[in-house]
Design a protein around this ligand. Structure first.
Ligand code: ASP
Length: 354
């Protein structure tokens, strides 16, 4: 993998209003047509040809392009660590970061980065597009321009959004609350169980009470994620063989158990035994609701009380994307069991509302 750097020639005066680093990772946003009318990755060093409006900004803009570009369906935890380290290495030189990324796994990547970048005090705004930048009706231009503006906005000399966020189709969403909900229309993301951080109309309105406070400590970039995790979605009719194949996977350390409603599961004896056995082998089970607007409340019904009693950890109102990346992050810290359980149940980066 290579990282290619280009400075964009904007109208920035000697003392620019802000300096922003754009990190292009890949995805539809960066696609153009070649002579044979095939979609191919665009060379971001020529971004001004596609988004000439950038030259009006009084910002210093630099682009780092990851080569080869990654379709976000191929994103892996190693890419999240690489992105976190690119931000760490450039942190002192920029006021904010805009990450251009495919939409398919953007919510996973934004969640992972929210955990890796502890005590973040500058904006890291993920954005992308549903229609390639090379097409006339592209949404890439509007998404990029507003994401840059958000990354550059300060109040009393400090970034207004010191968070990892997703900006898409007029909405600014906390990254670990985002979910991709559309693959055809422009409104690809929604914020689950949490208010928007900002909305772009004629002006960009920030909802400051929803935004995380500035940290008191310096940035700490974590260097490890543990991928010995799985997502197990329950459904009526799930068999012991299927459950066992997941729970007994070699090396498994944690699972996100996607349950019904407020965190409920079938009460069949075999299911109880398999879960209890997994917990006794040191596997952490994080209970996440299948409902989009769901909140796990273990113990409210008989069908979740047994999960609580055996030591399944309630995921509260977390999304599956934020839960699986939280497991990867917390398990990599290799803490004693009680602390691991406490961290999994607590609010680390605004991903749950306790
Ligand atoms: N497959 C593409 C990706 O996620 C889709 C997109 O960018 O919207 O990389």
């Amino acid at each position: 993998m290579d990282v290619v750097k280009t400075n964009i020639d904007t109208a920035a005066p000697a003392h620019a209003e802000a300096s922003i680093l754009i990190i292009y990772t890949g995805g539809t946003v960066g696609m153009v047509y070649d002579e044979k009318h095939h979609l191919v990755p665009f060379n971001f060093s020529q971004i001004l040809q596609k988004v000439p409006e950038l030259s009006n900004f009084k910002y210093m803009l630099t682009v780092l392009s990851i080569e080869p570009a990654i379709d976000s369906s191929n994103v892996a935890p190693s890419d999240w660590l690489m992105l976190a380290n690119l931000i760490r290495d450039n942190y002192a030189d920029y006021d904010g970061f805009v990450v251009l990324h495919g939409t398919d796994t953007m919510a996973y990547s934004a969640s992972a980065l929210s955990y890796l970048l502890e005590n973040l005090e500058k904006p890291v705004i993920f954005t992308g597009a549903q229609v390639p930048i090379g097409r006339t009706r592209t949404d890439a231009r509007a998404n990029l321009i507003s994401a840059l503006q958000i990354a550059a906005t300060k109040v009393n000399g400090k970034s207004i959004v010191p968070e990892v966020c997703i900006y898409f189709h007029n909405l600014l969403i906390r990254g670990n609350r985002a979910k991709k909900v559309e693959s055809r229309h422009f409104n690809a993301f929604k914020s689950e169980n949490y208010p928007l951080l900002a909305k772009a109309g004629i002006s960009i309105d920030f909802y400051e009470s929803a935004i995380l406070p500035h940290p008191e400590k310096p940035l700490h970039v974590h260097q490890q994620l543990d991928d010995n995790v799985a997502i197990l979605k329950l459904f009526p009719g799930i068999t012991p063989q299927v459950m066992r194949s997941v729970l007994e996977a070699p090396g498994l350390r944690g699972i996100v158990l996607e349950t019904f409603g407020a965190g409920n599961a079938p009460t069949a004896g075999w299911l109880l035994e398999l879960l209890e056995d997994a917990i006794s082998r040191g596997i952490y089970i994080l209970n996440v609701s299948q409902c989009d607007e769901g909140r796990v409340d273990q113990g409210r019904y008989e069908t979740s009380k047994f999960l609580l009693n055996m030591g399944v950890i309630g995921g509260d109102d977390i999304t599956t994307e934020a839960a699986i990346t939280k497991l990867m992050f917390v398990l990599a810290l290799d803490l004693p069991a009680t602390q691991t359980r406490e961290m999994l149940a607590s609010n680390l980066r605004g991903e749950i509302s306790i």
